[in-house]
Design a binder for this molecule. Structure first.
Ligand SMILES: C[S@@+](CC[C@H](N)C(=O)[O-])C[C@H]1O[C@@H](n2cnc3c(N)ncnc32)[C@H](O)[C@@H]1O
Length: 340
């Protein structure tokens, strides 16, 4: 990473991608200039894994300290009604069939350090995840597959900008029928909810999504949000494979970013991702006309993220060695496997 400030590697009309340590970016003039401007900080930080990833992962208290250190700095970037959304997976104690509480502690410490409120917790259910931890799930069969990660939506204020009308999901077939026919049983439900005679007759153009994000409960994105990471990155993958650039091993589905970008920002607002990876956040923000800034420590990941943008929209300004496309599609897959 080196000791210097991050370099601007490429930019578009709406965004800038830096390579380097985000803490250094935030301490420098570019970071200072972002103060008070971000409507949304959306990110998936490196998490305390027990296996070695290509990027350095801290463990235990060290991780908690490091992570919480970002909170006040990211908060300073926010507009008065801005939000911070963090997606983070589960971790296990090394060599034991016991979950680590580091992630929970890190999130709590982050809230405290930034003096932030927890607006809502979400669960991203990811059925495509490979069974893990393998020893406890597949070999000894004493745990089940870990298939979700947590998403915490935080803000310094109780009422950050948000509008769930922008992320309505399609009504279920039975709900559509009900709206059409107007026939349903009103009155008290076993849950004690009192359902009025008119409650379900209004067509609100879609259902309010729940805080569990999975394929069947996708918001207005129809069936897009399968929570899998396998389908929506084709352009990115082709770009990397053809150039033998490593694929990022922990990419988010673009639909996850889309959900929060639409929910918590308006067109023209600024979205910041401090752990940019393959810049899913920047690419989705660009697609939905939001300004964006991302920073990623690892240059090959930054290089790979160029593949998310149309070349006519992008200007490479930093020192990046972009290999020419060779048509060889094996290399990047091999590198990605090594990275996991
Ligand atoms: C979980 S990944 C993010 C993946 C990303 N959301 C995507 O869709 O591709 C976390 C990233 O944070 C980067 N990272 C770790 N520490 C960093 C730091 N101090 N500054 C900038 N990036 C950092 C890692 O290199 C890694 O690519």
């Amino acid at each position: 990473m080196g000791g210097s400030a991050p370099d601007l590697i490429y930019e578009t009309n709406l965004g800038k991608m830096y390579c380097g340590d985000t803490l250094k970016l935030l301490a420098g003039p570019e970071g200072q200039a972002l103060g008070g401007k971000a409507q949304l900080v959306f990110t998936s930080p490196p998490f305390p894994l027990n296996m070695k990833k290509k990027y350095g992962n801290l463990q235990g208290e060290e991780y908690i300290e490091w992570f919480a250190g970002f909170a006040p700095k990211l908060k300073d970037l926010l507009t008065p009604d801005g939000s911070i959304v963090i997606e983070i997976g589960n971790a296990w104690e090394p060599g034991r069939p016991v979950m680590s509480t580091v992630v929970l502690k890190a999130l709590l410490r982050f809230l405290e350090a930034g003096n932030l409120h927890l607006c809502q917790e979400f669960v991203w259910y990811n059925p495509a995840r490979l069974p893990s931890p393998v020893q406890w799930v597949n070999v000894e069969r004493i745990r089940v597959k870990d298939a979700f990660s947590k998403i915490w939506w935080m803000s310094p204020v109780d009422r950050p900008k948000a509008d769930n009308r922008r992320i309505l999901k399609e009504y279920s077939a039975s709900m559509k029928r009900l709206i059409e026919t107007g026939k349903y049983n009103s009155g008290k439900r076993p849950s004690e909810h009192n359902i009025g005679k008119e409650s379900f007759k209004t067509n609100n153009a879609g259902a309010i999504p729940p805080n569990v994000l999975d394929g069947d409960d996708a918001p207005s994105l129809g069936t897009l949000l399968k929570g899998t990471n396998t389908r929506s990155h084709e352009k990115y993958q082709t770009f990397c494979r053809e150039r033998d650039i490593p694929l990022h091993p922990a990419r988010m589905p673009k639909e996850l970013v889309e959900f929060f970008v639409k929910f918590l920002t308006d067109e023209g607002d600024l979205v910041f991702d401090p752990f940019g990876g393959s810049n899913t956040t920047g690419a989705v923000s660009e697609e939905f006309n939001r300004a964006w800034v991302s920073c990623e420590a690892n240059l090959p990941y930054v290089t790979s993220s160029i593949g998310r943008f149309d070349s006519e929209d992008l200007r490479i300004v930093g020192n990046v060695d972009l290999p020419a496309a060779t048509g060889d599609t094996d290399g990047a897959e091999r590198l990605a496997q090594e990275a996991t």
